[in-house]
Design a protein around this ligand. Structure first.
Ligand SMILES: [Ca+2]
Length: 578
């Protein structure tokens, strides 16, 4: 079916979206025009009963509301949330002419009884395909979320249901690829606004878009494609070059396999023998030994990531095995493989496929093992084989066939196929998955919109260096400084979206709102460790030597958190961003 641009919808939200109040900004220097500041959202209460909402919404175009049910205050996605109305439905139900399957954009909205006047679109992770509870969860074992803060939150499956499309096999349907890539959120927005208007008597005053991983990708894609539709973007650990990252991870799997216990095996357990937990911890211990003190505090965290990359040398700072591997050394062959992977996957001709990865303190975690050894076989295989490449593999490929493909097919060819099109798949995955022009964000900037991005330095699937390169490009595109509308925070030690030996609990949504609506830009963000007793869930990766309540400032790139030289080493107050 043809795509339906959001702005072709004859919905009542259009007029209200065009009258966003602009007030004079503050903080601009004399030679820099101040950016507009958007007016603060005004709270409202749910009018009428939740259950009556379904009938009011019966006439929504292209939309079927399946239920509207009151939910009492309580936990949603492990976050304490207020009483709210949960509306579920689907849009654009259709049958694919290509694979014969039924598709729709499934969604839910959670509408707090006491509303803060704001909308939050929750970009979800992985390959989507499930309507994750619309808690507006903020990553990193959060104790808060958008719903808890009074936002009306929408979550969707992005146009396919993993139960009915056999997971990644939705990629056989060209329109499902496009909905997953960038179209679902745009198609949902008019419905979201109308639901809110019916629920509260007005459209949302301010609109936000956030998520982590693939959700961070959705957020950055929305900033690039729909920068005039939202006021703030929370971009977490974005896989904004997801097809490239997936091919790079497959490159890694093929390299790991050469130093695994059984180079003919197609299992994740075998791949994991290539670089064991003890050996990964060994490398991180060597990184910490070399780099920990560069930030002034010997605390198990490497804040000065950039300086560390030139100080740490895998070849000389980690022992080379002279006999059998025993966890205290790496073989020369292992070092070559790990060095290649961290330098960034390349084609056989030496062309970069994806970004490099920095050495950091968090390589020894179970999360890293999952991304390095399991993901190529059970996630990247389906993503590349069925969703990203043109042409795709057969939709009924078995798990063993997908694993064999990943471990034996040409990475060079995969890399070409993520840029390819044909008569059926008229848009390449690099087109539908990535921001079309990720450093051209004038639509966001000029209307007063703001972007906060974060990325864990020990993330093994999407590289912090890729996000950093995007931000460097954004700075260049804005005269060398993008900090008046976009800021990027590295999270030392943190794995993919959470975990790792890190202070991984932080609330950037509140900071984003304060920046958009009050003009208060975040000069640092306090992040906490999730030690024993943490309400967001204990982080099993925390070193025993850390205080359970350690805190650190996250600093806007390129600044680094440095110890002041005095004060409690467990407290963010003892560090400053420099
Ligand atoms: Ca340190």
């Amino acid at each position: 079916m043809p795509s339906v641009p959001f702005n072709d919808r004859p919905a009542t939200w259009v007029a209200s979206a065009l009258v966003a109040t602009l007030a004079a900004g503050c903080g601009g220097s004399d030679d820099t025009p101040a950016l507009p500041r958007l007016a603060a959202a005004q709270a409202a209460a749910l009018s009428g009963t939740c259950e009556a909402l379904a009938a009011k919404l019966a006439g929504l175009a292209d939309t079927t509301i399946t239920a509207a049910t009151t939910v009492a205050a309580g936990k949603v996605s492990n976050v304490d949330s207020p009483e709210h109305c949960r509306v579920t439905g689907e849009m654009f139900k259709r049958t694919s002419a290509v694979d014969g399957r039924s598709y729709a954009i499934g969604f839910e909205m959670r509408l707090p009884k006491a509303w803060n006047g704001r909308y939050f679109y929750q970009g979800n992770g992985g390959i989507d395909g499930a309507v994750v509870a619309a808690a507006g969860a903020l990553g990193g074992g959060p104790v808060t979320g958008a719903l808890a803060q009074g936002f009306a939150v929408m979550s969707s499956d992005a146009g396919h249901n993993n139960a009915t499309s056999a997971g990644p096999a939705f990629g056989i349907d060209p329109q499902a690829r496009l909905d997953y890539g960038y179209q679902a959120s745009a198609k949902l927005l008019p419905t979201a606004k109308e639901v809110i208007r019916q629920a509260y008597g007005k459209a949302p005053d301010r609109l936000y878009f956030g998520g982590c991983s693939n959700g961070g990708r959705h957020a950055l894609v929305a900033a690039a494609r729909y920068g005039d539709q939202y006021d703030g973007f929370l971009v977490g650990s974005p896989g904004f070059n997801l097809p490239k990252a997936a091919v790079a991870n497959i490159f890694g799997a093929q390299r790991y396999r050469t130093v695994s216990a059984d180079p003919t095996s197609i299992t994740a357990a075998n791949l994991a023998t290539a670089w064991t937990t003890a050996e990964r911890a060994l490398v991180s211990a060597a990184v910490v030994a070399k780099c920990d003190a560069l930030d002034g505090a010997t605390d198990g965290l490497v804040q000065d990531t950039a300086a560390c990359q030139s100080r740490f040398n895998l070849q000389t700072d980690v022992a080379t095995c002279t006999g059998a591997r025993d966890g205290t050394c790496l073989s020369a062959a292992q070092k070559a493989v790990v060095a290649d992977i961290f330098a960034g996957a390349k084609t056989s001709a030496g062309l970069p496929i994806y970004a490099s990865f920095p050495f950091d303190s968090g390589h020894g975690t179970a999360g890293v093992a999952s991304w390095e050894f399991n993901a190529p076989l059970d996630r990247d295989s389906g993503a590349v084989g069925l969703i990203f490449k043109v042409p795709p593999l057969a939709g009924n490929s078995t798990a063993d066939q997908l694993a064999t493909y990943v471990l034996t097919a040409s990475v060079d060819t995969m890399f070409q196929e993520i840029f390819a099109t044909n008569a059926t798949y008229t848009e390449s995955s690099m087109s539908f998955m990535t921001p079309p022009d990720a450093t051209n964000l004038g639509k966001v900037k000029n209307r007063g919109g703001k972007i906060l991005a974060y990325h864990g330095v020990s993330d093994a699937i999407f590289s912090v260096n890729d996000t950093q390169a995007w931000y460097d490009g954004l700075r260049t595109a804005n005269g060398g400084d993008a900090s008046n509308f976009a800021r990027f925070f590295r999270v030392p030690g943190m794995g993919h979206c959470s975990g790792g030996p890190a202070t991984d609990q932080f609330d950037m949504l509140s900071q984003l709102v304060a920046w958009v609506e009050q003009g208060t830009a975040p000069d640092s963000v306090v992040a906490k460790a999730r030690g024993t007793g943490n309400a967001g869930g204990v982080n099993a990766d925390l070193p025993a030597a850390w205080s359970a309540t350690r805190s650190r400032p996250l600093c806007p790139y390129p600044q680094v958190a440095r110890y002041k030289g005095t004060g409690d080493i467990e407290s963010a107050d003892s560090f400053s961003c420099q």
